[in-house]
Design a protein. Structure first.
Length: 298
């Protein structure tokens, strides 16, 4: 898919832009088409970190792809079917671009990250939401979603099998977190103890903090054995295993998007013991952090 030509064709009218801006600036950096990627495989079409100044308005329909839009500062608006949704700071929008929608600036400057994506599985994820539910969630700076977006934005080129797999994994991870967050808000009261969802949210947003089962049990006022049992029933993994997976997943993004040393990255994700960090990383990815980084930058 040629995202630039498809995007320009999808514009219902000429966008309203600030001086010296061009319509294709909305897309960010465009990635070359990759014939080896199957239709079901989530992959990037373009990625950008945008600083929009008023005016900034795009009216779009029939664009055969999806987007993630993560607001870092300022504010935007999504208009769809006469409804207005606020794209406030630390919000993530997961959107099907095949429907008509308009994006406007609300507070200038509006700083946001945008990814245009393909992959049939993304349609399945969005189809899990109740009709009329807007896929828009809060994702604080430093959360797993925010770090995943930063990694994808900084991907130099998603070429090479290992790199493509990692990019696909991050896209899937963000999409699933968005959908499960929204479904959790719908179903928590009837299907899932609220404290279990709160613990997962804590791990997703503040994975750098040191936790123990005893302190979690005390914080949420439940028996630690019950906590483990109900968390595993909900997510098919124990609480501390889930936490460590979050830490290792985010450490992989930091390895490829920063120049921090191995021990610094371990500490940043909440694992102070470097040997233990390397052990957990190797168990999750099958290679040491250094080998992983060397392999991925090829």
């Amino acid at each position: 898919m040629n995202i630039q030509s498809a995007f320009l064709s999808s514009l219902i009218s000429a966008p309203k832009l600030s001086q010296r801006a061009a319509p294709e600036d909305f897309l960010g950096r465009i990635f070359p088409e990759d014939a080896q990627v199957p239709a079901s495989f989530p992959h990037l079409l373009s990625a950008g970190k945008i600083i929009a100044l008023s005016p900034w308005s795009f009216d779009i329909k029939d664009l055969d792809c999806y987007l993630f839009l993560y607001t870092q500062k300022g504010c935007g608006k999504l208009l769809q079917n006469s409804q207005v949704h606020t794209l406030s700071e630390a919000s993530l929008l997961f959107w099907d671009c095949r429907q008509r929608f308009r994006v406007d600036i609300a507070v200038s400057p509006w700083e946001y990250q945008i990814l245009f994506l393909k992959g049939d599985i993304l349609s399945y994820y969005l189809g899990l939401l109740p009709a009329g539910k807007v896929p828009l969630i809060h994702a604080p700076s430093g959360s797993g979603i925010a770090l995943g977006m930063e990694f994808l934005i900084n991907s130099i080129s998603p070429s090479g099998t290992c790199r493509r797999l990692l990019v696909s994994d991050q896209i899937n991870h963000i999409a699933i977190q968005c959908i499960t967050t929204l479904l959790g808000k719908e179903n928590t009261a009837s299907k899932l103890p609220s404290y279990i969802k709160n613990i997962r949210d804590l791990f997703d947003r503040h994975f750098q903090i040191t936790y123990t089962l005893d302190t979690l049990a005390e914080q949420f006022g439940v028996n630690k054995y019950r906590l483990c049992r109900e968390f595993k029933a909900a997510y098919q993994i124990s609480p501390l295993q889930y936490l460590n997976q979050q830490r290792i997943r985010q450490s992989a993004a930091l390895l490829l998007s920063t120049d921090y040393k191995i021990h610094e990255i371990g500490s940043m994700v909440g694992i102070e013991n470097t040997n233990h960090f390397i052990f957990l990383f190797k168990r999750f990815y099958g290679t040491t952090p250094l080998e992983y980084k060397e392999r991925m930058v090829l």
